[in-house]
Design a protein around this ligand. Sequence first.
Ligand SMILES: [Zn+2]
Length: 305
Amino acid sequence: MNITTYTPSENIHLIDTLHLGRDQVIGSYLLLGDAPILVDPGPTSTLATVEQGLASHGLGLGDLQALLLTHIHLDHAGATGTILARHPHIRVYVHERGAPHLINPEKLLGSATRLYGDLMDVLWGEFLPVPDQRVTVLRGGETLQIGGRMLDVRYGPGHASHHVVYIDQTSGAAFVGDNGGVRLPGSTYARPATPPPDIDLEAWDRTLTMIGELRPRLLCLTHFGPVFDPAEHLQSYRERLHRWAELVGSSIAQGEDDTVNLARLQELAVQELHDTPGEAERYEQATPLYQSWQGLNRYWQRRRA
Ligand SMILES: [Zn+2]
């Protein structure tokens, strides 16, 4: 199988990590140049596949100069400490709210274990701490120069309170992590990615507006691939996100119990599927529906409190 299946832009390549052997679920973006960069290396469980992707460009992990993390969820950032343990020269960029959990991951791993239980190791593999002297802490508003490449950083909460967006000045590519939802290649449908604990719809709206105002030429989604109609995507994603949130919120307002509430969201999600082979499985693997419901439910509970 050709691992690097997409070339969003010159010198930007998408490595398919083939998570659990399935394609088009989790991607990692390779930015080539005099100082190669990975945006979100993915989990440790797929690191060998990322290495094969790098090798197809004549590179190894040791050639990387920087890891840019959009946020620290395990499917995006899990391999960071493992890569650093092997190649301590690499610099890691992460938002200030995420950095402490990268350096001391106990709390992050505790909450992930509550979500994934016994599946932690199979899904993600090890999560090693990152040495603090290798971490550059971001707040949003910075411009990074890494080799000859210039990237603007914007704070982008909504999916996670420590999420940032990177915009490559040359290509106009915006690395939006999970802020643009989950959209499979060849489809225009974007499914909300709303896991606990941080979902904040008001912040997410502001983030989507901010991304649109940057007028990116393309959006680079982790799940999965480049999107070349940014304005349409941001608009339709915003609408769907609110549709999902309102369904969960109205269920709570009607006093329906969690089982009924979840079933209503499931019904909507099934209606929205287009029934292409593997589609339902990919969405479920990239963003399990039960977690999306939990995140939206928590959002409303917090608003009412
Ligand atoms: Zn995430």
